[in-house]
Design a protein around this ligand. Structure first.
Ligand SMILES: Nc1ncnc2c1ncn2[C@@H]1O[C@H](COP(=O)(O)OP(=O)(O)O)[C@@H](O)[C@H]1O
Ligand SMILES: N[C@@H](CC(=O)OP(=O)(O)O)C(=O)O
Length: 450
């Protein structure tokens, strides 16, 4: 039994729906179909999720922006009309969106989650109607019916362990199961969405719950490439990656597969195959527990912007018991998660995502560090980018770091920090945000071309 997830680009238009049906029906093992909300049809297009966010932002005491609602409805209208589906579906979609607006009008966080979730929810209903119209038995399964229980954190849901037992019961159901991605329900009865891009997470949870033999993730590229294909022309295709490699790469910028989507399948050892809806014959990339390490120690180079570093200096920091703990406690108190903590004997840097330090939080954190830890100096460095060089083979290969530092020097990027975890599956470099693209290109040439 396979679980198949189709990303936003794969369900963006009637033509894409036709490709999806062809793919699903070509293999009787494909049992559960997870769909995203309609994504971009062309480069400048706007994803339905973003249209829904605009709609949520327009809601006030007096109503909402009718144009914003029309923009959302048009995405479904186009598909319903072109596939000659029952127009009643569109009326239901409109009713469903208006109901969410009137229910949550005074609670922005819940409204936002309910509207964001409606993007995938309504698309799953349209997809089910399409399978039925083609004469195939398919049922729309709401995340509530599937028992997708999640934590009650709007926009940041995490699956609860009891959800897996609920999902397992779906194995007995006949026909295709069409399940909307991106959200679940909390014990409090609220719709709660996963982080952006979270339909990948739903697919992985359903695959684990159903004990699938494979999780197929259909997108708009033939495979996962060794660098972001928008940065380098025709980079190397990756045939196979381990879960650990993929986790590092997706966390660090390979947006093709959500990093939080690996845990559920990893725990069950279910292989993931990333494939192209527009070219399903291509073998795609398999993500597995172990792979044969070949003579290519580095498999990928990922990068991400939007970090900042809180740099702290205190003489004899190394002798002060509990310094690190108290510093991290301040961050915990302020609800800030950190990414890396490179350190020296008298200094420590905490790398955090910049969006967490806003609305006066930055000043409060600095003041607390000064007053509670009596540091000699503390300041924040913004606009940092992190580059991650990843590969299971790195730990057995001499000279990986020197190759990287030479390539970074050649690119003109100034290395602000280097971090290598004990797993030795990755090496991180912090550079100025403005220099990161050129840096990645030079690293790509150093490891994959030269
Ligand atoms: N290393 C990479 N390999 C393949 N695609 C990548 C990589 N890094 C970033 N991407 C981007 O990820 C995109 C697919 O992800 P996404 O837009 O989320 O697709 P979907 O619509 O299927 O959810 C690709 O079009 C590509 O631009
Ligand atoms: N539609 C949601 C969830 C998702 O996973 O979408 P996509 O498959 O288009 O990345 C988003 O845009 O975040």
């Amino acid at each position: 039994m396979k679980v198949v997830k189709f990303g936003g680009s794969s369900v963006a238009s009637a033509t894409q729906f036709e490709k999806v049906a062809k793919i699903v029906l070509a293999d009787p093992e494909r049992k559960a179909v997870i769909v995203s909300a309609p994504g971009k049809r062309f480069k400048e297009d706007i994803k339905t999720t973003d249209l829904l966010i605009t709609l949520a932002n327009s809601v006030n005491e007096n109503g909402y922006d009718q144009d914003a609602l029309t923009a959302v409805l048009n995405r479904y209208k186009e598909v319903i009309e072109e596939l000659s589906l029952d127009r009643q579906l569109l009326t239901e979609i409109e009713g469903n969106i208006k109901e969410s607006i009137s229910l949550y009008r005074r609670d922005y966080e819940r409204l936002l989650d309910a509207l964001k979730a409606s993007g995938e929810n309504n698309n799953a209903k349209v997809m089910t109607a399409y399978f039925n119209a083609l004469g195939h038995k398919a049922a729309y399964i709401s995340p509530k019916e599937a028992g997708m229980l999640v934590t009650d954190e709007p926009g940041n849901a995490q699956i609860l362990p009891e959800a897996y037992e609920n999902i397992a019961k779906l194995r007995e159901r006949d026909g295709l199961l069409v399940i909307p991605g991106f959200f679940g329900y909390s014990h409090q009865g609220h719709i709660v969405t996963f982080p952006r891009g979270g339909s990948d997470i739903t697919g992985s949870i359903i695959a684990a719950g159903l004990d699938a033999t494979e999780y197929e993730n259909f997108t708009d590229v033939d495979s996962i490439y060794c660098v972001n294909p928008t940065l380098v022309d025709k980079p190397h295709e990756l045939k196979e990656l381990t879960y650990r490699e993929m986790r590092e790469l997706s966390y660090s910028g390979f947006s093709v597969f959500h990093d939080e989507a690996l845990q559920p399948v990893f725990q069950k050892g279910i292989p993931v195959c990333v494939k192209n809806t527009n070219h399903p014959e291509a073998p795609g990339t398999r993500i597995v527990l172990e792979r044969q390490i070949n003579d290519q120690p580095v498999v990928g180079i990922a990068s991400d912007n939007g970090f900042c570093s809180v740099n702290i200096t205190k003489y004899l920091m190394n002798r002060e018991l509990g310094f690190g703990r108290r510093l991290l406690e301040i961050l915990e108190d302020e609800h800030i998660s950190y990414e890396h903590t490179p350190s020296g004997i008298d200094n420590m840097s905490i790398i955090v995502r910049s969006h967490q330090l806003y609305n006066g939080k930055e000043e409060r954190v600095l003041d607390r560090i000064r007053q509670e830890l009596l540091v000699d100096d503390v300041y924040i460095e913004r606009d940092l980018a992190m580059i991650m060089v990843v590969g299971e083979g790195m730990k057995h290969t001499v000279g990986i770091a020197s190759k990287a530092t030479q390539a970074l020097a050649k690119s003109g990027a100034n290395i602000k920090m280097i971090n290598q975890g004990s797993s030795e599956v990755s090496m991180m470099f912090g550079v100025d945000g403005a220099t990161v693209d050129q840096a990645v290109k030079c690293l790509y040439y150093a490891y994959f071309v030269d």
